[in-house]
Structure formats: C-alpha cells, structure tokens
Design a binder for this molecule. Structure first.
Ligand code: HEM
Length: 495
C-alpha cells in the first residue's frame, strides 16, 4: 500500500512538472519567441540550482544561443519570461513606456510577510511612486556632502587595520563587507560601529544572515516559489524571521528614543521620522532595511571585484595611483565637491561594474497590455499581458563583444571622455534604468571612491598564492562573488 501511494505521488509530481514544463514551451511558441528547452522543475537554471555555475552564466547561455534575436524565452524554474537582448527595446520598456512596466517581479513567494515586502524595491504602482518621491530627499547632493566625513572616518579604520596586517593574505570579502556594513549602519541607522574591532557585533551578523544563502535556504526558496500557499501555511520565509525581527526592533527603538529624547542626527532614520505621519512603522522600517540590504552587498561586492581586478592588472593600478597622487598633491583632501575630478578612478569603477554587474538582469512585470516589436526581421510582434515577466539582459549586454571589444579584458579606458561616445545607449546599466533607477547610486559611488582613494594612496595591492586568476564566479548567492573568496596582499607605499 505504501509503495503504491508513493508511486502515485511520484507520478502526480512528475506529471505536474511535465505539464508546467510543456506549458512554458507552449507559451513561447504561441508568441513566436525562440527558447532553450531547459529541464523540468529547473527551467533554464539547472546548473545554478545544482551549484555548478553562477546564476548569470545560466542566463548568458540563453542570451548567446540566439545572437540574432531581439528577445528570447527564459524559464526561471517554472516561470517563463521574455529575456530582452536589444538595447533599443530596453529603452522602450524601462523609460519610454515605463507606465506599462512599473513594477518589479516579486522577489519572494506570494504571501511571505518579510520586511522586504513593503520596501521600495517591492512596492507597486502608486505606493511605489509616492515612496520613491518621499525617500529621494535622503539622497540629494547636500545629504551626500554630509556623508563624506563619515565615510572618510570609516575608510580610515580600514587603512589602519591593513597597516597592522601587511604580511598577511587578506580576505577581501570579509574586509569589504565590514566597511560597507559600518558605512550603512552609520548613514542609515546612526550607529557608530567599527566592525574591525567589534568583530561579532550583532548588526554585522544580522547582515551576514540575510545573504548567507545556505543550500537549505535555497531549497526553501524554490519550494516556496513552487508551492506558495503550502509554504505560507508551514511558515517558511526566505529572510530568516530572526533577522527581520532584529531590524524591526532596532528601527522602532531608535525612532522611539529619538522622538522621546528630541535627538536629531543627519541620517536616514531622521528623514523617516519626518515621514512618520504619512506611513506606518512597518513601511518605514522596510525602507531602512532595504537601504541596508541593497547597500551592504552591492557596494561591498563591487569593491571586492575592483580591488581583485587591480591586483591582477598592476599597470592599471599604476595609472590610478598616479592620478590619485597628483590629486592629493594639488587638491589635498577629498571633499564632495572635488570627488568628480578623479576621472580615472571613475573609469575603474565603471569597468568593474560593467564586467561584474551587481544586477545580472533587471526584471519588470507587464502592468498594461503591450506589444513588443517582432523578435527578428519577418517575425510577428509579441503581445504581452499584465502579469507577464520581462528580464533586461544587463550583464550579458555588458559582456557582449558586439558592444564592448574583448569584453573579458579589464580596460577602464573604455569610459574615458574621449571614448564614451563608443558606448551605445542602454548597453551600460549597472544601476538599472528609467524611473526605477537605483536610488542609492550616488551614495554607493561616493562610498566606493572614498575607500579606493585612501587604499590606493597607502598601499599597492598584490596577488598572493590564494588570488584566483582568472576570476571565476561562485555559484552561491545572487551577487558576483569570487569562487573560494577573494584574497590579496597589501604592501605599504613609501610616504
Ligand atoms: C554598487 C552599488 C549598487 C548597485 C550596483 C546597485 C544597483 C541597483 C540596481 C540595478 C537596481 C534596480 C534598478 C532597476 O530596476 O532599474 C537598484 C535599485 C535600488 N537600489 Fe541600488 N545599487 C547599489 C547600491 C545601493 C545603495 C548603497 C542603496 C541604498 C543606500 C541602494 C538602494 C536601492 C533601492 C532602494 C532600489 C530600488 C529602487 C526602486 O525600485 O525605485 N542601492 N540598485
């Protein structure tokens, strides 16, 4: 009896996935869109889900399979979507016809009440518009100016730490996540933390918990994606409940303390206190949480990949050092007003974000019926219905030789003023595009430039025995993490 029941169950599950698999193929065929068949249950993401490749590599296989198509089909697990390869169409769906594609795809399964659900990234339609307008004052030029001394202070902690560890192989993942943790803790939450000294501070640990995607968590996420109501009943969440609770309590107690004691500080929490008559406490907590989540991994990760590339490309490091040294000699200190003069530093960061974009793709949900132009000459236009998903192929476009010669090479000169005209519009999108553009881009660039300025003036970055060359991405996590971690040595420069 048990065996029969088990067989019946297996047949139902296999039958169900076979049906979903075929349905996805039918979806693309009915729209006249080319696609790779993928595998039942995994769609086109099998290698990543089995932890053989980085998520981006699975997307890139589909991108490269159809070099002449403007868009192709992509199946994320069981969910089919249209993967847009053509920059001109990306311009239309993200900017010109934005009102047809206002919302992002839900990151978390239907029903999950995570703190992220109310955040700007996940908010929809009018609520998103209102919240984006309300939060924008936190990122104006004058607010950014106020952040500079705070970032300089934290970068000083990093330099001092490295001076004491000159003979060691340095784990960049750890060091950079401590820097970005301390910056966001101070800028958003008004907390003064030195994670290099207080190594196990709970703020840092809570941040790590959000991103430490264990295999168990990945399986839970797939399960929740496939069986949303069951996982809701079972109380599954993708962000650990303890982490959500930690942030909720922290935010509520800080707001409460500041109001009661009339304490004012020039940070993001202060702005939210001013907004507290219009929004609920949960909604406001979600915004701070997303600043933390979005600011912690993305900037930390870009810094890691940048420093790693500099270790692999000493000639580029020399050019950068010359620029920074000349700047220091003539201008002295870095302030908000003169940071834009560091042109080569800007090129180095842009080139890092081209090769290792934190956004592998940028997705959107169709909110009003829309007709895409034909996928190829002579093809038929593709009708999109509300609820259908599109993915804009950010990183694959960044790595397409059609747009960037020798894309595997790290060449910051591509972004020099005299070469910028060669970059086709909508082929460089590390912070996304259109009205959903990253709200923290200016903050992130400043944070990264300040640290790189101080690091490169004080040290030469060298390869060590553990430095991966060439770089290969780890299959774990959404971000572009280097396989086995990123390790380098810092050598003091003569004063
Ligand atoms: C190198 C660092 C960063 C990168 C590469 C990055 C990239 C992105 C990308 C690609 C998007 C999606 C844009 C789109 O859908 O078109 C985004 C959205 C967002 N980012 Fe960033 N980001 C970075 C740092 C930050 C920081 C430091 C913060 C906050 C302090 C932040 C907050 C946000 C928020 C709130 C959104 C949602 C915007 C919306 O939906 O309207 N990001 N970011």
């Amino acid at each position: 009896m048990f065996l029969e029941t088990l067989l019946l169950l297996i047949t139902i599950i296999v039958g169900y996935y076979w049906y979903i698999y075929k349905k996805a193929h039918y979806y693309f065929e009915s729209k006249g869109v080319k696609y790779l068949r993928g595998v039942p249950f995994f769609g086109n993401l099998m290698n990543n889900l089995l932890r053989r490749t980085h998520l981006w590599e699975d997307y890139d296989v589909v991108y490269k399979a159809f070099p002449n198509e403007r868009y192709v089909g992509f199946t994320d697990g069981v969910c089919p979507g249209i993967f847009i390869r053509d920059p001109e169409i990306i311009k239309h769906v993200t900017v010109k016809e934005f009102d047809h594609f206002v919302n992002n795809k839900d990151l978390f399964p239907e029903g999950e009440e995570s703190i992220l659900k109310n955040s700007l990234v996940m908010l929809k339609d009018e609520k998103w518009r209102k919240m984006k307008a309300a939060l924008s004052p936190a990122f104006t030029a004058s607010k950014m100016r106020e952040m500079v001394p705070l970032m300089i202070e934290i970068s000083h902690n990093i330099v001092e730490y490295l001076k004491e560890h000159l003979t060691e192989d340095i784990d960049l993942d750890d060091l950079m996540s401590r820097y970005s943790n301390d910056v966001i803790a101070s800028a958003a939450f008004g907390l003064q933390i030195n994670s290099l000294k207080e190594r196990d501070n709970i703020f840092f640990k809570a941040g790590k918990d959000v991103f430490n995607f264990s295999l168990f968590q990945s399986i839970r996420m797939i399960f929740s994606d496939h069986f949303p109501s069951l996982s809701k009943k079972l109380g599954f969440t993708v962000i650990p409940k303890s982490t959500s609770e930690f942030f909720r309590t922290l935010i509520a107690s800080t707001v409460d303390y500041r109001i009661k004691n009339k304490v004012e500080r020039r940070d993001m929490i202060q702005l939210l206190i001013q907004l507290s008559t219009e929004w609920t406490e949960t909604e406001l907590a979600a915004q701070l949480f997303v600043f933390f989540v979005a600011g912690f991994e993305t900037t930390g990760n870009t810094l890691i990949n940048c420093i790693h590339e500099l270790a692999l490309n000493p000639h580029i490091q020399d050019i950068l050092y010359e620029e920074l040294k000349a700047f220091k000699e003539t201008k002295g200190n870095l302030v908000y007003e003169n940071i834009g003069e560091l042109k080569y530093l800007d090129c180095v960061l842009n080139e890092t974000m081209r090769k290792w974009s934190a956004a592998i793709f940028v997705d959107r949900i169709c909110t009003k019926p829309y007709v895409l132009p034909p996928p190829r000459e002579g093809g038929k236009p593709c009708q999109l219905k509300p609820g259908e998903v599109i993915y804009n192929a950010v990183n694959s476009i960044h790595m397409d030789p059609k747009y960037y010669e020798e894309p595997e090479k790290f060449i910051p000169e591509r972004f020099l003023d005299e070469n910028k005209h060669k970059i086709k519009p909508f082929t460089f999108m590390p912070f996304g595009v259109g009205p959903r553009y990253c709200i923290g881009s200016r903050f992130a660039l400043m944070e990264m430039k300040i640290l790189l300025f101080r690091l490169m003036l004080n040290f030469k970055v060298l390869k060590c025995a553990k430095t991966l060359d060439p770089i290969k991405m780890s299959p774990v996590g959404f971000n572009m993490n280097i396989w086995g971690g990123s390790w380098v040595k810092f050598q003091a420069r003569k004063a």
